[in-house]
Ligand binder design. Structure first.
Ligand code: ZN
Length: 463
C-alpha cells in the first residue's frame, strides 16, 4: 500500500510536471508554429516557466516530502515508492546546486541562440553564431561547475541525459569502437559495389511524402488519437503530456530517405512516450523515459532495424512505388540497396548506420574540449574540420555542412550526443533479444505486423 508520504510526494511531482508540460507545449509551438517576430518574447515566457519550475523543485517543502518518502520506503528499496523517492531526490539534488539566475539565463539565452543558429545555418555564416555559442558554452561551463561532484566537468552534463554515465567509461567504449568502424568503412568503400543512391534523389512530391510517412507511422503503431505529426526545420519528438505526444519531420522534394526514415525515427520516440504509464505515473520516474540513450534505442530500432530491413520493404514497397511516378522503373532490391548505402557524408542525421557513430565521436571530442575550456568557441570550425578529415577522409566544404548542422549547442544540449551512440548499441541488443523471444520477426514485418514487436518493447522497455 502506498504511504501518505508517497501519495503527497506524487501529488507535488505531478504539479511540477504539469508546469513542465506547459513549457513543452510552448517549445513545440516555437519550433512548429511561432512567427519569427515572437522570438524575443518567447524567450521571456520560457525563462519565466523555467524559473517557476526551478522554484518548485528547490522548495524546501519538497525536500521534506522526499525525505519522508525515502524513510517510508527504505525497507522496500525495489518498490515503486522507493524508486519515485530516489529519482525525485536525484532531480532535486541537481536543481538545488543551480542558482535560479543561471537557470533563467540558460533558458532565455538558448531561445535566442536557437533563432540565431537557424539564421546562421541558412546563411552558412559561423561568425553570426559564434557569439551565441560563446554565451551558451560559458553558461554550460558554469552549470557543470555548480553541479560538479569531483568528476570531470563534462560528467555533470552527461549525467543529466544518461544517469551514471561518465566521460571515462564512454571514452573506453568509443576508443574500442572507432578503429573498427574506420576499418569497416574502408572495407565497404573498397568493395567496388556502388549503391544506386540517385534513386532516392529523384522527384518526390513533399505532400505525397508526408501522406506516405503518416501511413508508415500508423502502420508500425503510432497512436494518432494521442499524437500529432507536423513539419519543422529540425525533426523532433515531444512527449508533451499524457495523451499528447507530437513528432515532426521535414520533407525535401529530392530526398526520399530523410522524410520517411526520419518519420520512422521520431515515431520510435513517440511510441516510447505513448507506451509510458503516464496516466497513472505522470511526473514521477515511473512515468518517464529511463534515459535519453534508452529513448534513442527506440527511435533507432524502428528506423534502422525495421525501416531499413528487407522484410519491411516487402510490405511497404508496393504502396511506396505507386505513390511516386519517379519510382515506376525501380526494382525493390535496388531501392533497398540505396536505402542501405554506406559512404562518408557530412550530415549526421542523414548518415548511414556505419558512419553515424563516427559523427557522434567527433562531437563527443569537441564538446569535452569546449566544456573543459581547451577549445574556444570561435575555433570550433577549424577543430571540427580537422577531426572530420581524419575520421571520414573527406574535407568539409562549409560550416553549414560542418559544425553548424546541429541545433543542439544552441539549445544548451551539451553532453547529449553520446546518448545517440548508446542508443544504437542498446537498440542492437534489444532487437536481438526481441527476435529470440518472438521468433521470425521478418515474417511479421513482411505481413505488415508490427504489434508483436511493439508489445514486446512495451513490456520489456517502456514500462
Ligand atoms: Zn532521436
Amino acid at each position: 500500500m502506498p504511504t501518505d508520504a508517497d501519495f503527497e510526494l506524487r501529488q507535488r511531482l505531478r504539479r511540477i510536471a504539469t508546469l513542465g508540460s506547459v513549457t513543452a507545449l510552448v517549445g513545440w509551438d516555437e519550433q512548429v508554429m511561432m512567427p519569427p517576430g515572437g522570438t524575443a518574447f518567447r524567450a521571456d515566457q520560457t525563462a519565466m516557466l523555467a524559473g517557476m519550475i526551478h522554484g518548485q523543485v528547490t522548495d524546501p517543502a519538497l525536500g521534506d516530502l522526499i525525505a519522508d518518502a525515502l524513510d517510508a520506503s527504505a525497507a522496500s528499496p525495489d518498490s515503486d515508492a522507493a524508486a519515485v523517492a530516489r529519482e525525485a531526490a536525484r532531480t532535486r539534488g541537481r536543481a538545488v546546486k543551480l542558482p535560479a539566475a543561471l537557470v533563467e539565463a540558460l533558458s532565455h539565452t538558448t531561445v535566442l541562440a536557437q533563432s540565431a543558429w537557424a539564421e546562421a545555418r541558412k546563411a552558412n555564416d559561423f561568425a553570426g553564431f559564434a557569439p551565441w555559442l560563446e554565451k551558451v558554452t560559458d553558461l554550460k561551463r558554469q552549470e557543470a561547475a555548480c553541479l560538479g561532484a569531483g568528476g570531470k566537468p563534462y560528467d555533470a552534463l552527461l549525467d543529466e541525459y544518461e544517469p551514471g554515465e561518465t566521460t571515462d567509461s564512454l571514452t573506453t567504449l568509443f576508443d574500442a569502437m572507432r578503429p573498427r568502424l574506420v576499418t569497416l568503412l574502408a572495407r565497404i568503400q573498397g568493395s567496388g559495389r556502388q549503391a544506386p543512391t540517385e534513386i532516392l534523389r529523384r522527384e518526390f512530391d513533399p505532400v505525397a511524402q508526408a501522406a506516405l510517412a503518416r501511413e508508415a507511422a500508423i502502420a508500425i503503431g503510432f497512436d494518432a488519437a494521442a499524437g500529432r505529426l507536423d513539419v519543422s526545420t529540425h525533426p523532433f519528438c515531444s512527449g508533451i503530456a499524457p495523451g499528447d505526444t507530437r513528432i515532426t519531420t521535414r520533407y525535401a522534394a529530392n530526398d526520399f530517405a530523410g522524410g520517411l526514415l526520419g518519420t520512422l525515427h521520431e515515431t520510435g520516440h513517440a511510441m516510447y512516450e505513448q507506451g509510458l504509464p503516464k496516466a497513472e505515473h505522470f511526473g514521477t520516474a515511473l512515468g518517464e523515459a529511463a534515459s535519453l540513450g534508452v529513448h534513442e534505442s527506440q527511435s533507432r530500432l524502428w528506423e534502422n532495424f525495421v525501416g531499413r530491413s528487407d522484410a519491411f520493404w516487402r510490405f511497404f514497397w508496393p504502396r511506396t512505388r505507386s505513390a511516386f511516378a519517379s519510382l515506376s522503373d525501380v526494382r525493390r532490391e535496388d531501392f533497398l540497396f540505396a536505402l542501405n548505402a554506406v559512404r562518408p557524408s557530412y550530415i549526421r542525421t542523414e548518415s548511414d548506420e556505419v558512419t553515424y557513430n563516427l559523427h557522434v565521436l567527433l562531437r563527443f571530442d569537441i564538446e569535452q574540449k569546449l566544456i573543459n575550456g581547451e577549445l574556444a568557441p570561435r575555433d570550433v570550425p577549424a577543430a571540427w574540420d580537422a577531426l572530420f578529415a581524419t575520421l571520414f577522409g573527406i574535407d568539409v566544404p562549409d560550416a553549414a555542412s560542418g559544425c553548424l548542422q546541429d541545433v543542439h549547442w544552441s539549445c544548451g544540449l551539451m553532453g547529449y550526443f553520446p546518448t545517440y551512440t548508446l542508443g544504437n548499441m542498446y537498440a542492437a541488443q534489444l532487437f536481438a533479444a526481441a527476435g529470440e523471444a518472438l521468433g521470425d520477426l521478418d515474417a511479421h514485418f513482411a505481413r505488415g505486423e508490427f504489434a508483436p514487436l511493439l508489445q514486446w518493447l512495451r513490456n520489456h522497455v517502456h514500462c
